[in-house]
Design a binder for this molecule. Structure first.
Ligand code: GLC
Ligand code: CA
Length: 541
């Protein structure tokens, strides 16, 4: 039997806050640090251990803070450095650690380093970024940026291009320059000194890019850079570190999250998230979810990392649509399907992440047209595709299904104006369903999605099998049932869910009639005929 693992983050549940959409405290329509402080009791009640805070550092907000112009200051929109220190302290009083979002692949083009870098080729900061000579109409190669257009931006005064994997306002840092790495490590140590509980590392698998070879992620130096950073910084504290790695497969994830702890605690990988799109195309090119494949992919990660790494468990984040709208049913079975998805995820091995509002079953949003959308990715895509002759309704359909603003509408606190998020005009409109879907209502209803999440979090703390149990997928080919066991010594747990809107038979439940019910998303008894989106977690010991 595996003993409950020693690292605190193996028992932890993380809650992600997208600060500009969480709680506004001063009526300017933008969420802020003081707003987060007001809501700490709510988060303590939910039972989470840590908050991953999307970037709050100083930024021109071209990509909502993922374009940092000063790593060691807070953007005035969110508050001050003192507010941040207060948040770290107050959160601690509520038993919650703060995880900072580190954006180290690129800075803002308004960062002091970049302003210097573009002054001249022999400026000491020039080599902090990735430059190539060229002529105005011929960039070094055909590489494209994630948010559209060429990845190369011409700077006429220098007769050079700089490289940017994201927007033109997000120039890539040159990690091959040791001075850059030193500056970064000093900055990380400075935040560690302030008492943060860990870091989430934005697009970390892209730092070792080799643009001449058209390599963006997983460049040859990647793990060497990460190990150096980990040794120089993270390993000096008891932190949770999570790398965002779109390009990770199981083998690579074993390196990232190896039990020696010389890289990260875990990575966010997205294999399950990319399944419902047309192969070889973009996320906007929709396809139905291949359910059997989803099960197999998740099972592969569960068994692949067992004892050899550690998984992050998530359905949602600030870049993804809302899971209940995506793979559940946000109309007649919103509550049931939100709970079913939660049970499936929280029953697995790894550290669960809850994205703000997920614990309320918040849904996607459909604004009338593109003018209501704020996200640079959606806005640029819309422009590109309309110019390329796509049908406007089809483009909007893609945004409704996959746009990042689905996750970025304000947190729905109550049924008052603007969902209690702001006394002013919110920076992005509130989802009109806030009058029925909101925290106040859910806190008064013992059967709400909120209390289901609260219970799942408690179960993880009470039953070591949630942390340590070995995963086995059952009925792998079944088109409706998602079932698996977790086994640790004599303790055996079954997670069984109907992933569909129709009744589905789960014969193996017959063997579990005497088991104890840990959680169930329908009132009353369960039977092996599962109702739409019915889910149950049972334990035998
Ligand atoms: C990550 C972030 C995303 C951001 C991008 C560039 O993918 O999650 O929000 O736009 O990196 O920093
Ligand atoms: Ca504000």
């Amino acid at each position: 039997m595996v003993k409950t693992q020693d690292k605190w983050w193996k028992h932890a549940v993380v809650y992600q806050i997208y600060p500009r959409s969480f709680q506004d405290s001063n009526g300017d329509g933008i969420g802020d640090l003081k707003g987060i402080m007001e809501r700490l009791p709510y988060l303590e009640k939910l039972g989470i251990d840590a908050i991953w805070l999307s970037p709050v550092c100083r930024s021109p907000q071209d990509d909502n803070g993922y374009d940092i112009s000063d790593y060691q200051d807070i953007d005035p929109m969110f508050g001050t450095l003192e507010d941040m220190e207060e948040l770290i302290r107050k959160a601690k009083d509520h038993g919650i650690r703060i995880i900072m979002d580190l954006v180290l692949n690129h800075t803002s083009d308004e960062h002091r380093w970049f302003l210097e870098a573009k002054k001249s080729k022999d400026n000491p900061y020039h080599d902090y970024y990735v430059w190539r000579d060229g002529t105005e109409d011929t960039p070094p190669n055909e590489m494209r940026a994630s948010f559209g257009g060429s990845a190369w931006e011409w700077v006429p005064e220098l007769g050079q291009y700089y490289f940017h994997q994201f927007s033109v306002k997000q120039p890539d840092l040159n990690w091959e320059n040791e001075k850059v790495r030193r500056e970064i490590y000093d900055m990380i140590l400075w935040w560690m000194d302030k008492g943060v509980g860990g870091f989430r590392l934005d697009v970390i698998d892209q730092i070792a890019k080799e643009p001449d070879l058209e390599i963006t992620n997983n460049g040859p130096m990647l793990h060497a850079f990460i190990r150096e950073m980990s040794r120089e910084t993270f390993q000096k504290g008891d932190l949770i570190t999570v790398g965002e790695a779109w390009g990770a497969d199981v083998e690579r994830a074993k390196l990232y999250s190896n039990p020696n702890g010389n890289e990260f605690s875990m990575v966010f990988q997205f294999e399950h998230i990319g399944l419902d799109q047309q192969e070889g195309k973009e996320k906007w090119d929709l396809a139905p979810l291949p359910f059997v494949k989803l099960k197999k992919v998740l099972a592969k990660w569960q068994t692949g990392l067992y004892g050899r790494g550690w998984n992050s468990l998530f359905w949602d984040n600030h870049d993804l649509p809302r899971i209940v709208s995506r793979w559940g049913n946000d109309r007649e079975y919103r509550v049931e399907s939100a709970k079913m998805l939660a049970a499936l995820l929280h029953g697995m091995q790894g550290t669960p992440y809850i994205y703000q509002g997920e614990e309320l079953g918040m849904t996607n949003v459909k604004f009338a047209d593109i003018s209501h959308y704020k996200d640079i990715e959606s806005v640029n895509m819309y422009k590109e595709r309309i110019e390329a002759g796509y049908d406007k309704d089809d483009v909007m359909k893609s945004i409704y299904a996959r746009g990042r603003d689905n996750a970025r509408t304000p947190m729905q606190w109550d049924g008052s104006a603007n969902a209690g998020f702001t006394a002013g005009t919110p920076w992005i409109e509130v989802n009109p369903n806030y009058t029925t879907i909101n925290a106040r209502e859910e806190l008064e209803d013992q059967d709400s999605v909120f209390y289901f999440y609260q219970k799942l979090i408690r179960l993880r703390k009470e039953y070591p099998v949630f942390v340590d149990g070995k995963f086995e997928l059952l009925m792998p080919e079944d088109e409706k049932i998602f079932a698996y066991t977790r086994t640790n010594g004599d303790s055996r747990m079954l997670v069984c869910a109907n992933f569909s809107g129709e009744q589905a038979e789960c014969p193996l439940l017959a063997e579990w009639v005497d088991a104890e019910v840990l959680i169930h998303n329908y009132p009353g008894e369960w039977s092996k005929k599962l109702r739409p989106y019915e889910a149950v977690i049972l334990i035998q010991s």
